[in-house]
Design a protein around this ligand. Structure first.
Ligand code: G1P
Length: 294
């Protein structure tokens, strides 16, 4: 029997340097996309994929994340006494949605290091990992798409996306062969090798790893076995490469649109497109945009 994925790890201890000065005193995970913090999009993606247990790896100055997923008695009391039922429901749904646990990453030593901090809370079972600055809009939640592969093959799965030109040097890149699955042969890949942030001229392909993973628990041993890599950090990609020696790993080119919301331009694109899709804002916002002399 293939064990069920019940937990998702959210590394959230990064310094958010791409978004300074907004992230000087506020975690990038709390930047609002329209009216929800980035991390909530990832959390809702997990809930809609059937995962309710969330482990957030936090660092210094990240207490607003904990407050966000906690009950706010004061706010709820005020909304209740003013009869603001809609807002009360919105505020409550955040704290009601999940079981959340926190673990501290004292130093930002890389994505692999962040995931390793969750080892005790995850225990010997498979888990998802979600990078909340990769926001994915899709019909079927991206994590659900990876879980479908995991539940079939019982192996770790990473999300993949094709990127243009030199952009691959900002990602983990994979060398992979297509695998026929569910009537298609252009979405699922068996990974042969992977490299973190290669020079574009040395990249094995234009298939980039995007921040959604389903990982079997052996990954922890692999993280403990590797040395710091790109940027002097303990890289998850290097740990996956180590894991490849003993286990198969799959890559899935997910259906959906991904926004790099940790980047200023990507964040603006996501803001505009998400606002346009909102039933309560979309029409007015569209009219406003049309009126701009661009
Ligand atoms: C991380 C991973 C990288 C992956 C990327 C996706 O890099 O290390 O392999 O391609 O997320 O967003 P980061 O963006 O944190 O530098």
């Amino acid at each position: 029997m293939i064990p069920k994925v019940r937990k998702a790890v959210f590394p959230a201890a990064g310094l958010g340097t791409r978004f300074l000065p907004a992230t000087k005193a506020q975690p990038k995970e709390m930047l609002p996309l329209v009216d929800k913090p980035l991390i909530q999009y990832g959390v809702e993606e997990c809930i809609h994929s059937g995962i309710q247990n969330i482990i957030i790896v936090t660092g210094r100055g990240k207490s607003s994340i904990e407050d966000h997923f906690d009950v706010s008695f004061e706010l709820e009391h005020t909304l209740e006494s003013k009869g603001k039922k809609d807002l009360l429901a919105i505020v409550r749904s955040v704290s009601d949605m999940i079981n959340v646990a926190y673990v501290r990453q004292k130093e930002a030593l890389g994505l692999g290091h962040a995931v390793l901090r969750a080892k005790e809370l995850v225990g010997p079972e498979p888990f998802a990992a979600v990078l909340s600055d990769d926001v994915i809009h899709s019909e079927v939640p991206a994590i659900r798409q990876l879980l479908d592969i995991y539940e079939y093959y019982g192996a770790s799965v990473v999300a993949l996306m094709e990127v243009e030109g030199d952009a691959i040097s900002s990602y983990g890149a994979v060398d992979a062969e297509p695998v026929a699955h569910n009537g298609t042969n252009n979405r699922l890949y068996r990974i042969r090798n992977m490299v973190e942030k290669p020079k574009a001229s040395e990249a094995p392909s234009n298939l980039a790893i995007i921040g959604r993973y389903v990982l079997t628990p052996e990954i922890f041993h692999s993280i403990e076995s590797i040395e710091p890599g790109s940027g002097g950090e303990l890289q998850l990609t290097d740990a996956l490469k180590h894991l490849l020696r003993s286990r198969p790993i799959y890559g899935f080119r997910f259906e959906g649109k991904r926004y790099d919301a940790g980047d200023k331009l990507g964040f603006l694109k996501a803001t505009v497109e998400f606002a346009l899709q909102r039933f309560d804002l979309g029409n007015e916002f569209r009219e406003y945009l049309k009126g701009l002399k661009l």
